[in-house]
Design a protein around this ligand. Sequence first.
Ligand SMILES: C[S@@+](CC[C@H](N)C(=O)[O-])C[C@H]1O[C@@H](n2cnc3c(N)ncnc32)[C@H](O)[C@@H]1O
Length: 221
Amino acid sequence: MDFLPPDISAYSEAHTSPESELLRQLNRNTRARMLYPRMLSGHLQGRTLSMFSRMLRPRRILEIGTFTGYSALCLAEGLADDGVLITLEKDDELESFIRSYWNQSPVGHRIDLRLGIATELIPEIDGPFDLVFIDADKENYSRYYDLVFDKVRTGGIILADNVLWSGKVVQPIGAGRTAAERRADKDTQAVLDFNRKVSEDPRVEQVLLPVRDGLMMIYKQ
Ligand SMILES: C[S@@+](CC[C@H](N)C(=O)[O-])C[C@H]1O[C@@H](n2cnc3c(N)ncnc32)[C@H](O)[C@@H]1O
């Protein structure tokens, strides 16, 4: 969900650097071929991630939730010369689609795709990381935060996507009647719990940016 009026959104995109041709194709083909294309970060958020990464010049980035590899390409644009980005994805059927784009990118060889369940993979990965992007299943957001925290260097950044969860964070959670409604309530509660956890954590400073579906920027002191 975009929280800005459509004309303001369009104006913002029009005055934001365009996607590369490769990212544009990846964005378009994800929409054409994937079941839930809304999961892809998209133009404005993609340029935001790229800009953050260019400002930080990270040597090591960890991404949780690859999908079709769009945000990984955006984040990798800012890597230091010897930098690497490790990205975790549970759906191994995405691999050939992802690699067909990364193989065409000048930063594709810096991206290390690890297939599997993120909560199982993260403990096996050594830090430190300069930048972590949390963008997988909402019910595990707080767990991901705990699992990565000690692997983030002091002064490093954790970004978390979808923290406004289509605005559901400010709506009452009802007793959902269908399985889908109950599932949605569970995810909303998980996002609320994550946002509260970060806000109450004295080890960090954070800004909740209302970009796209809400992007939490967390600075580890
Ligand atoms: C919102 S999408 C990621 C979008 C991507 N970061 C982007 O901006 O283009 C979330 C991805 O996380 C993956 N995912 C969900 N739960 C996971 C888990 N437990 N472990 C690893 N990947 C998971 C999903 O399969 C999906 O591809």
